[in-house]
Design a protein around this ligand. Structure first.
Ligand code: ADP
Ligand code: ASP
Ligand code: MG
Length: 455
């Protein structure tokens, strides 16, 4: 049994959905299929939430018109019939009643935000389930909110693993005796009061990994709109190469530092059960894609460059206190109390530099730190990170890295504790140029064909 997750572009219209059905049909395997909302729909739902906060109900209606016209059109092109139309119209009534009430209140709580966001995956999963049924597949629909249990940290809920594993096993395991396929929605879950929660943007990959882990799947397949994990985001580097094989650590570092192709939490459940993860292209299913496994062997290479925009660098100086017992814990306590996670850290005799990418509590954090330290804040920064097991045991990589960026002003350097990444912070305006320079240095003159391919 395998778990196959199809992202937003992979299910964006009737043609894409037919493609998904043919991919499954060609494989004949038993599978749990996890689907995202149709491409752009979650963003539209976010816009609806923003309009509600501004009491702009006219725009809310316009967005709802767009969303439901789109889904009804896809359902009709797939020939799904009136039952599905009725179901979609019921869902429209539901979200209309909810948004109307929220508009009167003029307030959208994180809990209501998640209920609104969940419509994207609910609509797509229902349509795709009926499309499979229509084609004669033995398929069961499972509501994701019945199998993924989280805390009530709406919009970025934390999974409660024991309960989730139990729910997934109870709701899915035995069904493969009667069904070839189980279909569920990614991204959405519920808390112990049965309120809808979500796992954070891009979270469908994580849903799929949780299901693969609970069911001991033989493989987890992430089907998307590129051939696999590339040496860099192909939107910035069109000549990026496909990385054929990565270790779990390399893939999680890349995801963590901004490679959107995988949600950062995806790898953890797979590693625990040593489930191989494949990143594959729905629009080019014959390509072997990227394989993420426990990789041994040639470790003398770099795999990819990731980057993240919208970062702040905070430099914390305290001549008296830095070496003193308790100083670091005092600093990190402030980040804990402000529920903000730190990404890169470096320390020197007199200062600590660190980066954060969630700026929502930045002012409060700076004020708290200023009570006992001198703070220099750099905003509009970015992080670039090169990743590869080769960093551990190949001399000269750092020298080439810094040589390639010799004209760029670097605000901070960090060699990852996992020893598989070198990361820097720099001004966001220098990001694109620096990424191009690094890609040229490491991936454009020579590539090892065992690990990379040009297609
Ligand atoms: P999905 O909707 O299938 O989940 P996403 O948009 O979340 O797809 O992720 C796929 C996108 O990730 C690609 O279209 C690509 O632009 C981007 N991306 C960023 N970094 C990388 C990388 N290193 N390799 C491949 N794709 C990347
Ligand atoms: N639809 C959600 C999003 O756009 C989740 C996902 O696609 O993984 O963030
Ligand atoms: Mg994604």
């Amino acid at each position: 049994m395998r778990v196959m997750k199809f992202g937003g572009t992979s299910v964006q219209n009737d043609e894409a959905i037919r493609r998904v059905i043919s991919i499954i049909n060609n494989r004949k395997a038993k599978a749990v299929i996890v689907v995202s909302a149709f491409a752009t729909i979650t963003n539209k739902l976010v816009e609806i939430i923003n309009c509600l906060k501004k009491n702009n109900y006219i725009s809310v209606k316009a967005h709802l018109d767009y969303i439901f016209t789109k889904h009804l059109d896809v359902a009709s092109k797939l020939g799904l019939g009136s039952d599905v139309d009725n179901l979609l119209n019921e869902k429209r009534d539901e979200i209309e009643r909810l948004t109307y009430a929220l508009n009167i209140l003029g307030e959208v709580s994180p809990k209501s935000t998640d209920t609104i966001l969940s419509f994207g995956e609910i609509l797509s999963s229902k349509i795709i389930y009926h499309a499979f049924l229509n084609e004669g597949f033995k398929i069961k629909y499972v509501d994701a909110r019945d199998i993924i249990r989280t805390d009530a940290n709406f919009t970025e809920a934390n999974v409660i693993f024991d309960t989730t594993n139990e729910l997934i096993i109870n709701n899915c395991k035995d069904d493969f005796e009667n069904y070839q396929l189980i279909l569920t929605a990614g991204f959405i879950a519920s808390d112990e009061n049965k309120s809808t929660t979500t796992l954070g943007r891009g979270g469908s990959d994580y849903s799929a990994a949780l299901i693969a882990s609970a069911l001991d799947a033989e493989r987890l397949e992430i089907w998307t709109d590129v051939n696999g994990i590339m040496t860099c985001d192909p939107r910035i580097i069109p000549q990026a190469k496909l990385v054929k094989m990565l270790s779990y650590t390399e893939a999680s570092e890349l995801a963590y530092f901004g490679a959107k192709v995988l949600h950062p939490k995806t790898i953890y459940p797979a590693v625990e059960k040593q489930i191989p993860v494949y990143v594959l292209n729905t629009f080019n299913p014959e390509n072997n894609g990227s394989e993420i496994i426990n990789l041994h062997g040639n470790k003398k290479i770099l795999k990819a460059i990731a980057f993240r925009r919208g970062v702040s660098v905070i430099n914390i100086q305290s001549n008296k206190m830095l070496g003193a017992y308790g100083f670091l814990s005092k600093v990190f306590e402030i980040f804990r109390l402000n529920e903000t996670s730190v990404d890169l850290i470096t320390t020197s005799e007199v200062s600590i530099s660190l980066t954060i990418d969630d700026n929502s509590k930045l002012n409060k954090i700076i004020n708290d730190l200023r009570e006992f330290a001198t703070i220099i804040l750099l905003e509009n920064q970015a992080i670039i990170c090169i990743v590869g097991e080769g960093i551990k045991n190949t001399s000269g990589i750092s020298a080439r890295f810094f040589q390639a960026l010799s004209d760029i002003n670097i605000s901070m350097v960090s060699i990852g504790a996992s020893e598989v990444n070198i990361s820097i912070a720099l001004a966001e305006r220098d990001l694109d140029k620096s990424v191009r320079l690094l890609h040229k240095e490491f991936f454009e003159n020579y590539i090892d064909e065992e690990y990379f391919s040009s297609i």
